[in-house]
Every structure is written in C-alpha cells, then in structure tokens.
Design a protein around this ligand. Sequence first.
Ligand code: 5GP
Length: 177
Amino acid sequence: MTGLSKEILIPRSEISRRVQELADQISRECAGEEILAIGVLKGAFIFMSDLVRAMAVPCQTDFIRAASYGAGSESSGNVVITKDLELAVEGRNILIVEDIVDTGLTLQHIVDHIKRRNPKSIKVCAFLDKRKRRKVPFEADYVGFSMDDGFVVGYGLDFNEQYRFLPDVYVIRTDVD
Ligand code: 5GP
C-alpha cells in the first residue's frame, strides 16, 4: 500500500516572524516609493496577503497566473500566462510575490513578461527557495526560507488543490508499507 503523510516543516509562528522581517526589509529598501505588488496565483495568495499587511510602504496589488505544461509535476519550460495583469506596469516599482522558486523557469518567464512593459524597477520576493533545483540561473531579491528537496504544502501551497488552507508548511512524504 502507498499512502501520503505530512510532517510540519515550518510552523506558523516562524512563518509570521519571517514574513515580518521580509516586510521590514522591503519597507526600508523601498521607503518613499510606491509599490505595485504582483502575486503569482494561486500559491502566493496567503503569503502575499500577510506580506502587504506587514509592510509600511503604500502598495497596490494585482495578480498574475502562469501554467507550465509538460510531463510530470516538474516545470517543463513551456510557461504560458493564463491570467494577465489588470493594472499598468509602465514606470512603476514592481514587487513580484511568489510561493516557491524551484527550477526558476516560471519566474524567469514572468519577469521577462513584465519587463517588456517597461516598469521602473522589478524585485522578486519568494516565500521558499529550492536553490539546488534550478534549471536556469534565477535569484530572488528576498527569500523567506531556503530548502533542499521535498514537496511542501500549506500556507497557500497545494497538492492536487488540497491543503492550501493550512496555516503551517508541511512536507509531504509517500509512505510505502
Ligand atoms: P519553477 O518554474 O520554479 O520550477 O516552479 C515553481 C512553481 O512550482 C511554484 O510556483 C509552485 O507552484 C510549484 N512548486 C514547486 N515546488 C513545489 C512544492 O514543493 N510544493 C508545491 N505545492 N508547489 C511547488
């Protein structure tokens, strides 16, 4: 029999402490600027809402969604924007808010897509970073937590659309009896 089990990786207390640190850092570095925060759906929706409420700089919000088609669960590189921005980007300070940077392919595509619209500046804030799994060189400007391997759920992140609502981050394991 094969089943799934999950184990807490990052408890909610540590998440809220780290989110506040990120928000403080962004607020310091962007003091005096107006930000357009762009959340990458769906995984970043909870992180985005916590982050913008903890920041001390005025910001507007928008969302974008990308899909990556290919075999298996890994990003294929064929990234397509399935929900585009509604607000104008030109001349604005953009903060892209993402759940996880894994291969880097999704964020690379989203950053290129937004750059073509001539923003004043672009920064990326990722809740989690799986640095060792990159297929393209991509560095986020702000990272909540770094992790090695494993598949995580909770705090907006799903497994087949389940578990997004969980307040803590869990790592999922496949158990073979
Ligand atoms: P990348 O293009 O960087 O490989 O893919 C990033 C996307 O893959 C993330 O935005 C996220 O949706 C998904 N992803 C990567 N690793 C995980 C994981 O451990 N858990 C979940 N739920 N999604 C992941």
